[in-house]
Design a protein around this ligand. Structure first.
Ligand code: TMP
Ligand code: ASP
Length: 236
């Protein structure tokens, strides 16, 4: 497999073409942003941790019947994935009130909700990733109703698999963000990443934050938190 020209550079990853038109190479950076790119910084070693954690969790999800874009880890920071067209939505899954939901509904962070909450946001930094509903999604042609039914059911399944897996590692899965893509033959697969950048992970006992909120909120100990997650998941 040959790494070819760069196709895209995002805030946390770069994407390269390969000699196989159905596959691309993702290269994880240490760059960190928050608030739709307004806050910028670096988290040393983050690219390696997010690459390895994402692949570990995607392999687990594949085993549990959730299709993903994952193909093969190539190096500490590089992974081969299926080429997809990203559905331009951030799917947010919430078990415990935190972050923007706590703020919007006037809840204290840490309050368990009676039911899992799914939210959809239109991926557009300039607009601040506005929340949208199924009518907006169909009207704008971002995904069909059938595709959204599949995306919702995969998202809830992912929540069940990851919550149970993490609970055994003394990690509470508070909420997380997913992105889905469509392969050339129209199959919907989980794409992007699942990492401390895109999830809220709290220690089950102490409720210590082990995720990007340490960077967003200037809590210190950012690198240590990312390492702790990799250690609990992968033993190193
Ligand atoms: P929020 O409470 O700020 O809306 O975030 C909900 C979850 O989504 C949280 O686990 C962090 C994650 N997230 C991202 O991965 N990317 C984003 O751009 C935002 C706003 C949140
Ligand atoms: N993806 C967000 C950003 O645009 C970061 C975040 O809050 O997770 O910077």
């Amino acid at each position: 497999m040959e790494k070819r020209e760069q196709l895209y550079e995002g805030k946390a990853k770069k994407v390269f073409a390969t000699d196989d038109p159905t596959l691309v190479l993702v290269d994880y950076k240490d760059d960190a942003t928050a608030f739709n790119g307004l806050k910028k910084g670096t988290i040393a070693g983050k690219g390696v941790i997010n690459n390895r954690v994402t692949n570990h969790l995607m392999k687990l999800l594949e085993k549990e019947g959730v299709p993903t874009h994952f193909v093969k880890e190539l190096s500490d920071r590089e992974t081969l994935v299926k080429k997809v067209t990203i559905v331009p939505l951030e799917v947010i899954v919430r078990n415990i009130a935190a972050g923007s939901l706590a703020k919007r509904l006037g809840l204290n962070e840490g309050v368990k909700m009676a039911k899992t909450v799914l939210e959809f946001c239109y991926k557009d930094d300039a607009l601040g990733d506005p929340m949208v509903n199924s009518y907006h999604i169909a009207a704008m042609g971002w995904a069909t109703d059938e595709e959204m039914a599949l995306i919702s059911s995969y998202s809830l399944k992912i929540n069940e698999v990851l919550s149970a897996y993490l609970r055994d590692l003394n990690i509470e899965l508070i909420d997380f963000k997913l992105e889905f893509g469509k392969t050339a033959d129209g199959t919907i697969v989980l794409a992007d990443e699942i990492s401390p950048d895109t999830c809220r992970f709290w220690d089950s006992q102490t409720h210590e934050k082990l995720d990007k909120d340490r960077f967003r909120r200037d809590l210190g100990g950012v690198e240590d938190a990312y390492h702790e997650i990799m250690k609990r998941l992968m033993g190193e």
